[in-house]
Design a protein around this ligand. Sequence first.
Ligand SMILES: NC(=O)c1ccc[n+]([C@@H]2O[C@H](COP(=O)([O-])OP(=O)(O)OC[C@H]3O[C@@H](n4cnc5c(N)ncnc54)[C@H](O)[C@@H]3O)[C@@H](O)[C@H]2O)c1
Length: 367
Amino acid sequence: MEKTKIGVIGCGNISPAYLTAGQRFEILEIAAVADAIPERARARAEEYGIPRACSVDELLADPEISIVVNLTIPAAHAEVALQTLEAGKHTYGEKPLAVNRAQGRQVMERAAELGLRVGSAPDTFLGGGIQTARKLIDDGWIGQPIAASAHMACHGHESWHPDPAFYYQVGGGPLLDMGPYYLTALVNLLGPVQQAVASATVTFPERTITSEPKRGERVTVEVPTHVAGILQFRSGVVGTLLTSFDVWASNLPLLEIYGTEGSLSVGDPNGFGGPVHLRRANGSEWSPMPLSHIYTEQNRGIGVADMAYALRSGRPHRASGELAFHVLDIMDTLIESSAERRYLELQSTCERPAMLPVGLRPGTLDD
Ligand SMILES: NC(=O)c1ccc[n+]([C@@H]2O[C@H](COP(=O)([O-])OP(=O)(O)OC[C@H]3O[C@@H](n4cnc5c(N)ncnc54)[C@H](O)[C@@H]3O)[C@@H](O)[C@H]2O)c1
Protein backbone atom coordinates (compact mmCIF):
# COMPACT_ATOMS: atom_id res chain seq x y z
CA MET A 1 0.00 0.00 0.00
CA GLU A 2 1.19 3.50 -0.83
CA LYS A 3 1.82 5.31 2.43
CA THR A 4 0.66 8.78 3.49
CA LYS A 5 3.65 10.83 4.64
CA ILE A 6 3.31 12.52 8.00
CA GLY A 7 5.36 15.30 9.58
CA VAL A 8 5.30 15.72 13.36
CA ILE A 9 5.80 19.12 15.03
CA GLY A 10 6.45 18.91 18.78
CA CYS A 11 8.72 16.18 20.14
CA GLY A 12 7.90 16.28 23.86
CA ASN A 13 6.34 13.87 26.31
CA ILE A 14 3.48 12.51 24.18
CA SER A 15 5.40 12.25 20.90
CA PRO A 16 6.57 8.60 21.30
CA ALA A 17 2.92 7.46 21.19
CA TYR A 18 2.63 9.01 17.72
CA LEU A 19 6.12 8.23 16.44
CA THR A 20 5.32 4.51 16.64
CA ALA A 21 2.04 4.94 14.70
CA GLY A 22 3.87 4.18 11.44
CA GLN A 23 4.53 0.67 12.73
CA ARG A 24 0.91 0.19 13.86
CA PHE A 25 -1.00 1.55 10.86
CA GLU A 26 -0.19 0.36 7.34
CA ILE A 27 -1.16 3.66 5.75
CA LEU A 28 1.16 5.91 7.79
CA GLU A 29 4.82 6.79 7.32
CA ILE A 30 6.36 9.28 9.74
CA ALA A 31 8.69 11.12 7.37
CA ALA A 32 10.03 14.00 9.48
CA VAL A 33 9.99 15.55 12.95
CA ALA A 34 10.55 19.12 14.13
CA ASP A 35 10.56 20.97 17.44
CA ALA A 36 11.26 24.52 18.59
CA ILE A 37 14.12 22.86 20.51
CA PRO A 38 16.02 21.20 17.61
CA GLU A 39 17.92 18.69 19.77
CA ARG A 40 14.60 17.22 20.92
CA ALA A 41 13.64 16.52 17.31
CA ARG A 42 17.08 15.02 16.59
CA ALA A 43 16.88 12.76 19.66
CA ARG A 44 13.37 11.51 18.79
CA ALA A 45 14.34 10.88 15.15
CA GLU A 46 17.27 8.78 16.26
CA GLU A 47 15.29 6.91 18.90
CA TYR A 48 12.35 6.04 16.60
CA GLY A 49 14.20 5.65 13.29
CA ILE A 50 12.50 8.66 11.65
CA PRO A 51 14.44 9.58 8.49
CA ARG A 52 14.58 13.34 9.05
CA ALA A 53 14.79 15.87 11.89
CA CYS A 54 14.51 19.43 10.65
CA SER A 55 13.16 22.90 11.42
CA VAL A 56 9.42 23.62 11.41
CA ASP A 57 9.81 25.65 8.21
CA GLU A 58 11.72 22.87 6.45
CA LEU A 59 9.09 20.32 7.49
CA LEU A 60 6.26 22.51 6.22
CA ALA A 61 8.10 23.05 2.91
CA ASP A 62 8.45 19.30 2.24
CA PRO A 63 6.15 18.59 -0.73
CA GLU A 64 5.87 14.89 0.14
CA ILE A 65 4.25 15.48 3.53
CA SER A 66 0.47 15.72 3.36
CA ILE A 67 -0.63 15.64 7.04
CA VAL A 68 1.18 17.52 9.80
CA VAL A 69 0.62 16.23 13.33
CA ASN A 70 0.81 19.06 15.86
CA LEU A 71 2.01 17.87 19.29
CA THR A 72 2.95 21.26 20.70
CA ILE A 73 1.54 22.67 23.94
CA PRO A 74 -2.06 24.00 23.86
CA ALA A 75 -1.00 27.67 23.63
CA ALA A 76 0.72 26.90 20.30
CA HIS A 77 -1.96 24.61 18.79
CA ALA A 78 -3.83 27.22 16.73
CA GLU A 79 -0.69 29.01 15.55
CA VAL A 80 0.98 25.80 14.35
CA ALA A 81 -2.29 24.58 12.78
CA LEU A 82 -2.62 27.85 10.84
CA GLN A 83 1.03 27.69 9.72
CA THR A 84 0.39 24.13 8.52
CA LEU A 85 -2.72 25.14 6.56
CA GLU A 86 -0.89 28.08 4.96
CA ALA A 87 1.73 25.57 3.79
CA GLY A 88 -1.06 23.68 2.00
CA LYS A 89 -1.14 20.68 4.33
CA HIS A 90 -3.86 19.01 6.35
CA THR A 91 -3.52 19.50 10.11
CA TYR A 92 -4.15 17.01 12.91
CA GLY A 93 -3.43 18.23 16.43
CA GLU A 94 -3.33 17.13 20.00
CA LYS A 95 -6.20 18.32 22.18
CA PRO A 96 -7.59 20.83 22.78
CA LEU A 97 -8.15 22.12 19.24
CA ALA A 98 -7.15 25.60 20.50
CA VAL A 99 -7.16 27.46 23.81
CA ASN A 100 -10.54 29.02 23.11
CA ARG A 101 -13.48 29.01 20.72
CA ALA A 102 -12.31 32.11 18.81
CA GLN A 103 -8.94 30.54 17.96
CA GLY A 104 -10.58 27.23 17.12
CA ARG A 105 -12.99 28.97 14.77
CA GLN A 106 -10.10 30.72 13.01
CA VAL A 107 -8.47 27.35 12.29
CA MET A 108 -11.73 25.80 11.05
CA GLU A 109 -12.57 28.76 8.80
CA ARG A 110 -9.11 28.95 7.26
CA ALA A 111 -9.14 25.22 6.55
CA ALA A 112 -12.54 25.53 4.85
CA GLU A 113 -11.26 28.44 2.71
CA LEU A 114 -8.23 26.45 1.64
CA GLY A 115 -10.11 23.15 1.13
CA LEU A 116 -7.92 21.37 3.70
CA ARG A 117 -8.88 19.05 6.56
CA VAL A 118 -8.59 19.55 10.31
CA GLY A 119 -8.33 16.57 12.61
CA SER A 120 -7.86 16.48 16.36
CA ALA A 121 -7.17 14.23 19.28
CA PRO A 122 -8.54 12.61 21.28
CA ASP A 123 -8.89 9.51 19.17
CA THR A 124 -9.41 7.16 22.12
CA PHE A 125 -13.11 7.03 21.20
CA LEU A 126 -12.02 4.90 18.22
CA GLY A 127 -10.73 2.27 20.64
CA GLY A 128 -12.48 -1.06 21.14
CA GLY A 129 -14.00 -0.01 24.47
CA ILE A 130 -15.96 3.04 23.38
CA GLN A 131 -16.77 1.59 19.94
CA THR A 132 -18.32 -1.42 21.71
CA ALA A 133 -20.37 0.92 23.92
CA ARG A 134 -21.47 2.80 20.81
CA LYS A 135 -22.63 -0.42 19.16
CA LEU A 136 -24.51 -1.55 22.26
CA ILE A 137 -26.31 1.82 22.50
CA ASP A 138 -27.09 1.97 18.77
CA ASP A 139 -28.34 -1.64 18.87
CA GLY A 140 -30.78 -0.70 21.65
CA TRP A 141 -29.36 -2.64 24.60
CA ILE A 142 -30.16 0.17 27.09
CA GLY A 143 -33.31 1.38 25.32
CA GLN A 144 -33.52 5.13 24.82
CA PRO A 145 -30.53 6.93 26.41
CA ILE A 146 -31.75 9.38 29.07
CA ALA A 147 -28.70 10.40 31.09
CA ALA A 148 -24.93 10.10 31.39
CA SER A 149 -22.28 10.79 33.98
CA ALA A 150 -18.56 11.34 33.48
CA HIS A 151 -16.00 11.95 36.21
CA MET A 152 -12.29 12.73 36.07
CA ALA A 153 -10.93 13.61 39.48
CA CYS A 154 -7.23 13.65 40.34
CA HIS A 155 -4.65 16.02 41.80
CA GLY A 156 -3.10 17.32 38.60
CA HIS A 157 0.00 16.48 36.60
CA GLU A 158 2.80 18.32 38.44
CA SER A 159 3.85 15.14 40.22
CA TRP A 160 4.88 13.31 37.01
CA HIS A 161 5.07 15.55 33.91
CA PRO A 162 8.60 16.94 33.35
CA ASP A 163 7.33 20.40 32.32
CA PRO A 164 3.79 20.72 33.76
CA ALA A 165 3.25 24.53 33.84
CA PHE A 166 1.04 24.45 30.72
CA TYR A 167 -1.54 22.37 32.57
CA TYR A 168 -2.32 25.44 34.73
CA GLN A 169 -2.12 28.08 32.01
CA VAL A 170 -4.81 29.22 29.58
CA GLY A 171 -5.66 26.15 27.47
CA GLY A 172 -4.98 23.82 30.41
CA GLY A 173 -6.86 22.93 33.58
CA PRO A 174 -8.75 19.67 34.08
CA LEU A 175 -11.54 20.68 31.70
CA LEU A 176 -9.48 21.61 28.64
CA ASP A 177 -6.84 18.94 29.35
CA MET A 178 -8.93 15.90 30.32
CA GLY A 179 -12.43 17.06 29.37
CA PRO A 180 -11.87 16.33 25.65
CA TYR A 181 -11.58 12.56 26.34
CA TYR A 182 -14.87 12.47 28.23
CA LEU A 183 -16.77 14.96 26.08
CA THR A 184 -15.62 13.42 22.79
CA ALA A 185 -16.72 10.00 24.07
CA LEU A 186 -20.09 11.43 25.16
CA VAL A 187 -20.73 13.22 21.85
CA ASN A 188 -19.71 10.09 19.95
CA LEU A 189 -22.15 8.01 22.01
CA LEU A 190 -25.03 10.47 22.43
CA GLY A 191 -24.71 13.25 19.84
CA PRO A 192 -24.20 16.99 20.26
CA VAL A 193 -24.91 19.19 23.28
CA GLN A 194 -27.36 22.10 23.15
CA GLN A 195 -26.96 23.91 26.49
CA ALA A 196 -24.56 23.73 29.41
CA VAL A 197 -24.01 25.15 32.89
CA ALA A 198 -21.22 24.70 35.42
CA SER A 199 -19.65 25.81 38.62
CA ALA A 200 -15.90 26.29 38.20
CA THR A 201 -13.40 27.12 40.93
CA VAL A 202 -9.68 27.46 41.69
CA THR A 203 -8.90 25.74 44.98
CA PHE A 204 -5.09 26.15 44.95
CA PRO A 205 -3.97 29.44 43.28
CA GLU A 206 -0.39 28.17 43.17
CA ARG A 207 1.08 24.71 42.56
CA THR A 208 4.52 23.37 43.40
CA ILE A 209 6.15 21.02 40.90
CA THR A 210 7.27 17.76 42.52
CA SER A 211 8.52 15.98 39.36
CA GLU A 212 12.05 16.22 37.99
CA PRO A 213 13.77 18.25 36.56
CA LYS A 214 11.75 21.27 37.77
CA ARG A 215 11.08 20.08 41.33
CA GLY A 216 10.31 22.97 43.68
CA GLU A 217 9.33 25.49 40.97
CA ARG A 218 6.04 27.25 41.58
CA VAL A 219 3.28 27.57 38.97
CA THR A 220 0.57 30.24 39.10
CA VAL A 221 -2.85 28.75 38.32
CA GLU A 222 -4.62 30.73 35.55
CA VAL A 223 -7.63 28.45 34.95
CA PRO A 224 -10.36 26.74 37.00
CA THR A 225 -9.13 23.46 38.48
CA HIS A 226 -12.49 22.06 39.62
CA VAL A 227 -15.38 22.19 37.15
CA ALA A 228 -18.77 20.58 37.86
CA GLY A 229 -21.08 20.81 34.87
CA ILE A 230 -24.47 19.80 33.51
CA LEU A 231 -24.93 19.13 29.81
CA GLN A 232 -28.26 19.19 28.00
CA PHE A 233 -27.85 17.09 24.86
CA ARG A 234 -29.95 17.88 21.76
CA SER A 235 -31.43 14.38 22.07
CA GLY A 236 -32.83 15.25 25.52
CA VAL A 237 -30.14 13.28 27.40
CA VAL A 238 -28.95 15.00 30.60
CA GLY A 239 -25.23 14.64 31.29
CA THR A 240 -23.23 15.43 34.40
CA LEU A 241 -19.50 16.07 34.04
CA LEU A 242 -16.92 16.56 36.77
CA THR A 243 -13.31 17.38 35.93
CA SER A 244 -10.94 18.21 38.77
CA PHE A 245 -7.24 18.63 39.52
CA ASP A 246 -8.11 19.43 43.15
CA VAL A 247 -9.17 16.01 44.44
CA TRP A 248 -6.70 13.62 46.06
CA ALA A 249 -8.79 10.46 45.68
CA SER A 250 -12.21 9.39 44.42
CA ASN A 251 -14.18 6.24 43.67
CA LEU A 252 -16.51 7.89 41.16
CA PRO A 253 -17.22 5.89 38.00
CA LEU A 254 -15.44 7.24 34.93
CA LEU A 255 -18.21 7.04 32.35
CA GLU A 256 -21.75 5.66 32.60
CA ILE A 257 -24.70 5.91 30.23
CA TYR A 258 -28.25 5.36 31.48
CA GLY A 259 -31.18 4.32 29.29
CA THR A 260 -34.87 3.51 29.65
CA GLU A 261 -34.02 -0.21 29.67
CA GLY A 262 -30.62 -0.46 31.28
CA SER A 263 -27.26 1.06 32.18
CA LEU A 264 -23.86 0.87 30.57
CA SER A 265 -20.54 1.28 32.36
CA VAL A 266 -17.73 2.23 30.00
CA GLY A 267 -13.94 2.00 30.46
CA ASP A 268 -11.60 4.97 30.86
CA PRO A 269 -12.15 7.31 27.87
CA ASN A 270 -8.47 8.26 28.19
CA GLY A 271 -7.67 4.73 27.04
CA PHE A 272 -8.61 2.42 24.18
CA GLY A 273 -9.91 -0.68 25.95
CA GLY A 274 -12.80 -1.70 28.15
CA PRO A 275 -14.14 -3.02 30.27
CA VAL A 276 -17.72 -2.42 29.18
CA HIS A 277 -20.43 -3.64 31.56
CA LEU A 278 -24.17 -3.81 30.94
CA ARG A 279 -26.96 -4.06 33.47
CA ARG A 280 -30.41 -4.51 31.98
CA ALA A 281 -33.69 -3.32 33.57
CA ASN A 282 -34.57 -5.60 36.49
CA GLY A 283 -31.20 -7.38 36.19
CA SER A 284 -29.46 -8.11 39.45
CA GLU A 285 -25.84 -7.70 38.33
CA TRP A 286 -23.54 -6.05 35.82
CA SER A 287 -22.46 -8.32 32.94
CA PRO A 288 -19.06 -7.86 31.30
CA MET A 289 -19.64 -7.47 27.56
CA PRO A 290 -17.31 -8.95 24.93
CA LEU A 291 -15.66 -6.16 22.92
CA SER A 292 -17.05 -6.01 19.38
CA HIS A 293 -14.22 -3.87 18.00
CA ILE A 294 -10.42 -4.17 17.82
CA TYR A 295 -7.85 -1.50 18.83
CA THR A 296 -8.09 -2.07 22.57
CA GLU A 297 -4.43 -1.22 23.35
CA GLN A 298 -2.55 2.11 23.19
CA ASN A 299 -3.26 3.32 19.65
CA ARG A 300 -2.84 7.10 19.69
CA GLY A 301 -2.53 8.13 16.08
CA ILE A 302 -5.51 6.01 14.97
CA GLY A 303 -7.29 9.32 14.24
CA VAL A 304 -4.43 10.32 11.92
CA ALA A 305 -4.61 6.95 10.14
CA ASP A 306 -8.37 7.35 9.79
CA MET A 307 -7.82 10.80 8.29
CA ALA A 308 -5.31 9.36 5.81
CA TYR A 309 -7.82 6.71 4.66
CA ALA A 310 -10.56 9.36 4.50
CA LEU A 311 -8.44 11.60 2.31
CA ARG A 312 -7.88 8.71 -0.06
CA SER A 313 -11.54 7.73 -0.43
CA GLY A 314 -13.12 11.15 0.11
CA ARG A 315 -15.19 10.02 3.11
CA PRO A 316 -15.39 12.12 6.32
CA HIS A 317 -12.73 11.43 8.96
CA ARG A 318 -13.90 10.61 12.46
CA ALA A 319 -11.59 12.55 14.83
CA SER A 320 -12.60 15.70 12.98
CA GLY A 321 -12.12 19.41 13.53
CA GLU A 322 -15.91 19.80 13.66
CA LEU A 323 -16.12 17.34 16.56
CA ALA A 324 -13.14 18.95 18.35
CA PHE A 325 -14.59 22.42 17.81
CA HIS A 326 -17.92 21.34 19.30
CA VAL A 327 -16.07 19.88 22.31
CA LEU A 328 -14.08 23.13 22.69
CA ASP A 329 -17.35 25.07 22.43
CA ILE A 330 -18.85 22.91 25.23
CA MET A 331 -15.80 23.60 27.43
CA ASP A 332 -15.82 27.36 26.81
CA THR A 333 -19.57 27.40 27.43
CA LEU A 334 -19.15 25.60 30.77
CA ILE A 335 -16.53 28.10 31.98
CA GLU A 336 -18.54 31.10 30.74
CA SER A 337 -21.75 29.79 32.32
CA SER A 338 -20.00 29.54 35.67
CA ALA A 339 -18.97 33.20 35.45
CA GLU A 340 -22.51 34.19 34.40
CA ARG A 341 -24.21 31.78 36.83
CA ARG A 342 -26.74 30.55 34.23
CA TYR A 343 -27.29 28.01 31.43
CA LEU A 344 -25.81 29.04 28.08
CA GLU A 345 -26.57 27.84 24.55
CA LEU A 346 -23.82 26.15 22.57
CA GLN A 347 -22.70 28.03 19.47
CA SER A 348 -21.94 24.89 17.44
CA THR A 349 -23.17 21.41 16.71
CA CYS A 350 -21.74 18.39 14.90
CA GLU A 351 -22.63 14.97 13.52
CA ARG A 352 -21.80 11.83 15.47
CA PRO A 353 -18.80 10.28 13.68
CA ALA A 354 -19.58 6.98 11.93
CA MET A 355 -18.94 3.85 14.00
CA LEU A 356 -15.85 1.90 12.94
CA PRO A 357 -16.59 -1.29 11.02
CA VAL A 358 -16.61 -4.57 12.95
CA GLY A 359 -14.05 -7.18 11.87
CA LEU A 360 -11.26 -4.85 10.72
CA ARG A 361 -7.88 -6.35 9.96
CA PRO A 362 -5.36 -5.00 12.54
CA GLY A 363 -3.39 -2.06 11.15
CA THR A 364 -6.21 -0.97 8.83
CA LEU A 365 -9.32 1.18 9.19
CA ASP A 366 -11.37 0.69 6.05
CA ASP A 367 -12.78 -2.61 4.78
N1 LIG B 1 2.01 14.15 28.10
C1 LIG B 1 0.95 13.40 27.98
O1 LIG B 1 0.80 12.35 28.62
C2 LIG B 1 -0.14 13.80 27.04
C3 LIG B 1 -1.15 12.88 26.81
C4 LIG B 1 -2.14 13.18 25.89
C5 LIG B 1 -2.11 14.39 25.23
N2 LIG B 1 -1.15 15.30 25.49
C6 LIG B 1 -1.20 16.60 24.77
O2 LIG B 1 -0.12 16.66 23.88
C7 LIG B 1 0.32 18.01 23.75
C8 LIG B 1 1.81 18.07 24.07
O3 LIG B 1 1.98 17.59 25.40
P1 LIG B 1 3.39 17.09 25.90
O4 LIG B 1 3.14 16.49 27.22
O5 LIG B 1 4.08 16.29 24.84
O6 LIG B 1 4.12 18.51 26.09
P2 LIG B 1 5.69 18.79 26.15
O7 LIG B 1 5.87 20.13 26.77
O8 LIG B 1 6.40 17.61 26.74
O9 LIG B 1 6.10 18.87 24.59
C9 LIG B 1 5.70 19.90 23.72
C10 LIG B 1 6.81 20.12 22.70
O10 LIG B 1 6.35 21.08 21.74
C11 LIG B 1 7.43 21.95 21.44
N3 LIG B 1 6.86 23.22 20.96
C12 LIG B 1 6.09 24.09 21.66
N4 LIG B 1 5.70 25.10 20.85
C13 LIG B 1 6.22 24.85 19.62
C14 LIG B 1 6.17 25.53 18.37
N5 LIG B 1 5.47 26.67 18.21
N6 LIG B 1 6.83 24.98 17.31
C15 LIG B 1 7.52 23.82 17.46
N7 LIG B 1 7.60 23.15 18.63
C16 LIG B 1 6.97 23.66 19.70
C17 LIG B 1 8.19 22.08 22.75
O11 LIG B 1 9.54 22.49 22.54
C18 LIG B 1 8.08 20.66 23.32
O12 LIG B 1 9.16 19.84 22.92
C19 LIG B 1 -0.55 18.84 24.69
O13 LIG B 1 -1.61 19.41 23.96
C20 LIG B 1 -1.10 17.82 25.66
O14 LIG B 1 -2.36 18.17 26.16
C21 LIG B 1 -0.13 15.02 26.35
